[in-house]
Design a protein. Structure first.
Length: 354
């Protein structure tokens, strides 16, 4: 791949439409020229979660205007794009098809190749766009709404699964617990904000699989424990859960967050010890959680381990990580862009299957 190759990335796996332009610097690191993102949060709030059909329709409305915005902001034109990268999976099938269809239509019109990118690989490599990019090899903690995994990363496309969730992901535990407490959608950020006002030791909640001896996760039991505790408190005060005093809800939110963070922290440290590596990458939406960052930074500093994160605005789904992952795969020789525009998507696609 030419170091100056221009890659247009399109992300549409769930409820955010992202478009970006990335090139590669002479250092071999990706450079973000421009990116634009539209979040559907406001639309889905009325339903308490993502409605797949509505998400797909909204991607159709947003993707081309966002593409025009990115081109205008970067001072580039469509004819200058060398490769169009898109999220092939995992994600919502209909939403993925929008991005794939637009990418392949653009590629065919421009007579430029296209490249299907793994959504989680985008998250995993996103810290390479930060001011403090990592170096291979490293342990990666992928924590998002639907995925919690620990990977050993030896290079682009060279991933070894160390452990993963056997039921709910960490992001789901945040969101579902928030919903139980009446905090609305999206629940994770709302729970974290409320937790800052509470006592993390107020309630004794389980830390599932903390002492399992392996690197797998389980958060479904924690969600159930939060529900049981909330209903007990509500029964005593004879009110609905969401009517509990704000101080009580804050304590329960803080205790919930503390349980999730402790599991993520201890498992990450165990993965570092098991692999002998001294570098940790944290990516995905939950990677923006301030408590998680503070505790990881403190624990890793004491062990002389470097920790790398994406920039905060690139923690959630975005087109920048898709364009960048595509560019890095091409540069590393892991994949070639295709001139075939008959596309398919992979709603379920294990990262270690790449």
């Amino acid at each position: 791949m030419s170091k100056q190759m221009l890659v247009l990335g399109i992300e549409s796996s769930c409820d955010e439409t992202g478009v970006a332009l990335v090139t590669m610097a002479s250092t071999g690191l990706p450079v973000l020229l421009s990116h634009a993102l539209y979040s559907q949060i406001e639309m889905h709030q009325a339903f308490g979660g993502v409605v797949p059909e509505l998400a797909s329709r909204d991607h159709i409305r947003r993707v081309l205007p966002l593409t025009q915005q990115v081109l205008a902001e970067s001072g580039r034109t469509l004819s200058e794009v060398d490769v169009v990268a898109f999220t092939r999976g995992p994600g919502l099938a209909g939403a993925l098809l929008v991005g794939a269809g637009v990418a392949c239509a653009l590629g065919a019109a421009l007579k430029k190749p296209v490249l299907g990118v793994h959504h989680l690989e985008g998250h995993l490599l996103s810290p390479f766009l930060s001011a403090d990019p990592p170096e291979f090899p490293f342990v990666a903690l992928l924590v998002s709404g639907g995925h919690t995994q620990l990977m050993r990363v030896d290079g682009v496309g060279r991933y070894t699964l160390l452990g993963e969730t056997i039921d709910d992901a960490a992001g789901e535990a945040f969101d579902k617990s928030a919903k139980l407490l009446g905090l609305g959608y999206p629940g994770g950020p709302a729970l974290s904000k409320l937790a800052a006002q509470g006592n993390p030791a107020a309630f004794k909640l389980p830390r599932p699989l903390l002492h399992s001896g392996n690197l797998d996760f389980s958060f479904a039991g924690l969600k159930t424990a939060v529900m049981v505790q909330a209903k007990k408190l509500a029964a005593v005060q004879e009110v609905a859960v969401e009517r509990l005093p704000m101080s009580v809800l804050a304590d329960l939110a803080a205790s919930t967050q503390a349980a999730i963070v402790e599991v993520l922290l201890k498992k990450s440290l165990a993965a570092l010890a098991q692999t002998g590596l001294k570098r940790l990458v944290v990516a995905g939406g939950v990677g923006a959680n301030q408590s998680l960052r503070e505790q990881l930074n403190s624990a890793c500093s004491a062990r002389q381990v470097r920790v790398h994160y994406p920039e905060l605005h690139l923690c959630t789904d975005n087109g920048a990580m898709i364009a960048m992952a595509g560019a890095m795969r091409l540069q590393s020789g892991q994949q070639e862009a295709s001139g075939i525009y008959a596309f398919d998507v992979k709603p379920r696609w294990p990262l270690d299957a790449l």
